[in-house]
Design a protein around this ligand. Structure first.
Ligand code: LR7
Ligand code: MN
Length: 578
């Protein structure tokens, strides 16, 4: 958490090294700091929900409880660690409350400046040397939100205002998807009215993120539209490279490099440049990341070249407004959350556009520790519609997926099918061949699906970046869909997206690591007869840990193989070959 502190201190004292924009930003941050007297006043009087800087409100609020964030909390993208054992009851309650409501540590978000600085890009030099044309198209930024933490939302807004060239930023449209939190009402209106360029559009009923974006789109006046989630931070120079690529051709749809902002500490974790990821999907039609494939690596000439991405995560992208309309925007039959990202991705590629990740454009996103909306039918509906319209014969791979598919969910998709005919789009087979040739088909699977232990009625999930074990169908503990794992012919890994099962030598726990494709400790064998998951390099078997039989603390470990031990029996629920 403190790895950036040194650089930060040098940057803030030695002005020679700091680019002018950055000084301006530092000054702005200072000016927005409330004086000591004002702070005292607000300690006794009622605290307005948003003052010039709600950061200082947060400081006051937290100070009442005896906790003070460190000076320059979060600056330069550093994280703020809170030691739970040192918090008093009220603070713990406040923190828990934040996790429940938002899926991240609101307490920490409140303690960090709305204008905090971020570390320079890894490829700063290369990116700075690019000359963008002077007639770039302008952009409207649309940020949709539903019951978002105010400080996270405002930090998103300020990062856009602070780091976009004013002549390229036409407007920022905030779309309130019928939130019911008081501070997102009039206080927000009042705050943004002082910012200029920023307006709030309000849905009159809960629309879900897909229709909320469409509502925002109707207010867009610029040539291009950039969508952002309500908990992002745009880094220096984020906008120009996106617009530049669209300027070359209106059918170029682009996404930034997305970095993770830690949901506990709000650390902006920049991933190394030699580990570039793009989007792919699983046959259950959920998005996942994959490393840039060798063919694409060979095609690119420099580290700043766009990287073709078969799919996008969905929340952060820039597109020519008219082109988006031409593509038929989103399927308005999709509800609340999910599916729209792949629908748009497939459509772009299949209907003669391109989808690319732009390495010089960098944006952070808070990956939540849990989803506040739960799972349920909405996503099943959305995915069924997606498959019915775009997947052709490949639909069967999705339909075999018993967790996601219910035929009655499709509803009327005739308009979307008509759109596809009108646009004369390629087949899904064309997409598989030309855009994602590396993708295995379920027919190549050795084993696939949920991995369960029937005796203990548990399933192995991927959660918050690691393995966890949950009771099957326990919606409370696990609000996303059950995790599916895959093993393919000629590839002895158990994986999901770009995460492979691995072994932690010290604890003998089974853990998740990024797949490295070098075998070693990521090599596994499945013996269907014995129902055994065998780890090659240790010669041990996957076992449900002792404490997993209690209600809490589920995990899986490696242990001496013992056929009589029911904790070592694992079933894959969809194993076509075996
Ligand atoms: O009913 C809702 N109404 C909304 O306005 C539900 C959500 N929202 C808003 C919400 O406030 C947020 O701004 O919609 C946005 C996305 O919701 P998140 O942040 O809960 O979604 P996510 O980040 O978990 O999910 C990703 O996949 C979604 C699938 O539908 C959307 O496409 C999200 O935009 C997308 N987020 C990203 O792509 C961020 C990048 C990283 C990844 C993965
Ligand atoms: Mn999000």
């Amino acid at each position: 958490n403190i790895r950036h502190v040194d650089t930060h201190e040098r940057r803030s004292t030695d002005h020679k090294d700091i680019p002018p924009q950055q000084i301006a930003r530092t000054e702005r941050f200072r000016q927005s700091t409330v004086s000591k007297q004002e702070r005292k006043k607000s300690l006794v009087g009622p605290t307005p929900s948003i003052s010039k800087s709600n950061v200082d409100n947060a400081v006051v609020h937290n100070a009442n409880l005896g906790w003070k964030p460190p000076p320059n909390a979060g600056e330069n993208g550093t994280g703020v660690a809170m030691v739970t054992s040192q918090l008093i009851r009220e603070q713990l309650i406040q923190m828990e409350d934040g996790y429940k409501k938002y899926g991240f540590n609101e307490f920490v978000s409140n303690a960090i400046s709305l204008h905090r600085s971020l570390p320079p890009r890894y490829n700063e030099q290369e990116c700075r040397s690019i000359q963008y044309r002077s007639d770039l198209p302008d952009a409207s930024v649309v940020i949709i939100f539903y019951n978002e933490a105010l400080s996270a939302l405002l930090r998103t807004v300020h990062s856009v205002l602070d780091r976009s060239p004013p002549h390229l930023l036409r407007q920022v449209v905030l779309v309130d998807d019928f939130s019911n939190l008081a501070d997102l009402g009039a206080p927000l209106d009042d705050y943004v009215s002082r910012l200029g360029k920023v307006s709030v559009v309000r849905a009159t009923s809960r629309e879900g993120l897909i229709r909320a974006r469409l509502l925002g789109l109707r207010h867009v006046t610029a040539t291009t539209v950039v969508f952002l989630d309500s908990h992002c931070e745009c880094a220096e120079g984020w906008l120009e490279p996106l617009l530049s690529r669209i300027a070359e051709n209106a059918s170029h749809v682009v996404v930034p490099r997305i970095h993770s902002i830690d949901s506990k500490t709000f650390e902006y974790k920049q991933t190394n440049l030699d580990k570039l990821y793009v989007g792919t999907f699983q046959w259950n039609l959920l998005f996942s990341w994959m490393p840039v494939q060798p063919a694409e690596k060979r095609r690119r000439k420099s580290s700043v070249d766009p990287v073709r991405s078969p799919t996008m995560a969905g929340g952060l992208f820039a597109i020519d407004r008219d082109y988006f309309y031409k593509l038929g925007t989103y399927d308005p039959g999709m509800k609340i959350w999910g599916g729209e990202n792949l629908e748009l991705s497939f459509k772009i590629w299949m209907c003669d556009g391109t989808l690319e990740m732009i390495p010089c454009s960098n944006v952070g996103h808070v990956f939540r520790s849990r989803s506040p909306y739960g799972s349920g039918n909405n996503i099943a509906t959305n995915l069924a519609r997606l498959a019915a319209v775009w997947l052709d014969d490949y639909r069967v791979y999705f339909e075999q997926d018993k967790f996601s598919y219910k035929p009655e969910n499709v509803g009327d998709v005739s308009e979307r099918q008509e759109l596809r005919r009108r646009l004369k789009c390629h087949s899904f087979g064309w997409y598989m061949k030309h855009v994602l040739p590396e993708k295995y088909l379920p027919a190549d699977l050795v084993a696939h699906g949920q991995i369960t232990n029937k005796l203990y009625n548990v399933t192995i999930n991927m959660f918050a970046g690691n393995l966890s074990v949950t009771i099957i169908n326990d919606e409370k503990r696990f609000s996303y869909m059950p995790t599916e794992w895959s093993m393919y012919i000629g590839q002895a890994t158990i994986f999901r997206g770009d995460y492979c099962w691995d072994a932690d030598q010290a604890t003998a726990a089974v853990v998740l690591q990024k797949c490295h494709d070098n075998g070693g400790s990521q090599t596994w064998t499945y013996f269907p007869g014995l129902q055994r998951l065998h780890h090659l390099s240790s010669g041990r078997c996957v076992q449900l840990a002792e404490d997993a039989k209690l209600a809490q603390g589920f995990k899986v470990v490696l242990s001496l193989c013992n056929h009589g031990n029911p904790s070592q029996r694992w079933l894959w629920d969809k194993s076509p070959v075996l």
